[in-house]
Design a protein around this ligand. Structure first.
Ligand SMILES: Cc1cc2nc3c(=O)[nH]c(=O)nc-3n(C[C@H](O)[C@H](O)[C@H](O)COP(=O)(O)O)c2cc1C
Length: 324
């Protein structure tokens, strides 16, 4: 399958693995790239630019295929050394960067002059158009279903993707709620040129997270996510657990008076405990509604091959319907 996305990133299949905090290590990025997709290392999970440089080098020992790095510009407790991270990306010869969160304009010249293609992840048509105007090469359009930060507009992909297709000239991938061959064909039908998956890639053999995380995703249904931090305009879709229930109770009790400090115990520094130690109730962690479509833990290659086979079968079945 060839699209502007496969051509832009030099990949075989139009499937991208979105950056994920404490999940997007070299093992997962390399597995996705080796299977023909675009694997992404999560930049800020590496605490310093030097550690990111080491992670990029480690990924190179596991794959000779293209892979990318995610740079997230969200409110964080400490201000990351973005120029240092960008230098590590460029010096490491990485040619794809997924930006997310705030406007990446300031960093585009540095990246693009070094031949890096930038795909900006955004949750609204207006932000996608802005990304196009400032010169991003592509966008990842993340619907309300998505795990992580869906923004504040709450527009699901059945509306968001065709709206993006109507407005954009640069290519885009569909993100949020994508799991299988049906998702890929639907994404293409709605105007995307590929898909980005987060939650689905966590439940794979190679994802370097605790088995408890994978089992929790398989056990979850589409009813089991919750939105937290909405009063702070930093909404995050997470898997429900006792810490999330506690957090939501605080949000309800404090209303507009909620401050980040009130929920720090449930959200700050919880990712290593959950992802690495498997302490599933340690806090709120991102998970998409797509958990309801995830029933197994295949290898990344099995997953991507299955998606492509299923997508091709659907496309041929649809063309048979037309010919009848
Ligand atoms: C555990 C987890 C952590 C994530 N961390 C990040 C992150 O650090 N930066 C980012 O841009 N997106 C992050 N995301 C969002 C994903 O890259 C992707 O956009 C999203 O998962 C797509 O929705 P899906 O889960 O329905 O596939 C995260 C998602 C999950 C599930």
């Amino acid at each position: 399958m060839k699209t502007r996305i496969t051509e832009m990133f030099g990949i075989e299949h139009p499937i991208i693995q979105g950056g994920m905090h404490y999940v997007g290590f070299a093992e997962l990025a390399a597995a996705v790239s080796n299977a023909g997709g675009l694997g992404i290392i999560t930049g800020l999970t590496q605490k310093t630019p030097d550690l990111l440089a080491e992670e990029i080098a480690r990924c190179r020992t596991m794959t000779d295929k293209p892979f990318g790095v995610n740079l997230t510009f969200l409110p964080t407790v400490s201000r990351p050394d973005y120029p240092g991270y960008i230098k590590a990306i460029i010096d490491g010869g990485v040619k794809a960067v997924e930006t997310a969160g705030n406007n990446p304009q300031k960093w585009l010249p540095m990246l693009q002059e070094a031949g890096v293609k930038v795909i900006h992840k955004c949750t609204s048509v207006r932000h996608a158009l802005k990304a196009q105007t400032i010169g991003c090469d592509a966008v990842s359009v993340d619907g309300f279903e998505c795990g992580g930060h869906p923004g504040e507009d709450d527009i699901p992909n059945f509306i968001l993707l065709p709206r993006a297709a109507d407005e954009l000239n640069i290519p885009f991938v569909a993100s949020g709620g994508m799991a299988d061959g049906r998702s890929l064909v639907a994404a293409l039908a709605l105007g995307a040129e590929g898909m980005n998956m987060g939650t689905r890639f966590i439940a794979t053999k190679e994802a370097p997270v605790h088995q408890n995380v994978k089992d929790a995703i398989v056990a979850a249904s589409e009813l089991d996510t919750r939105l937290v931090m909405r009063p702070l305009r930093n909404t995050e879709r997470v898997l429900r657990n006792p810490a999330v229930d506690r957090l939501l109770e605080k949000e309800a009790a404090l209303g507009k008076n909620l401050r980040f400090e009130d929920i720090i115990e449930e959200v700050a520094g919880v990712y290593p405990k959950i992802m690495l130690e498997g302490a599933m109730d340690a806090g709120a962690w991102s998970c998409g509604m797509v958990a309801g479509l995830i029933h197994d833990i295949p290898t990344v290659k099995e997953l991507i091959d299955r998606i492509m086979t299923e997508a091709e079968a659907i496309i041929s079945r649809l063309s048979n319907i037309k010919d009848r």
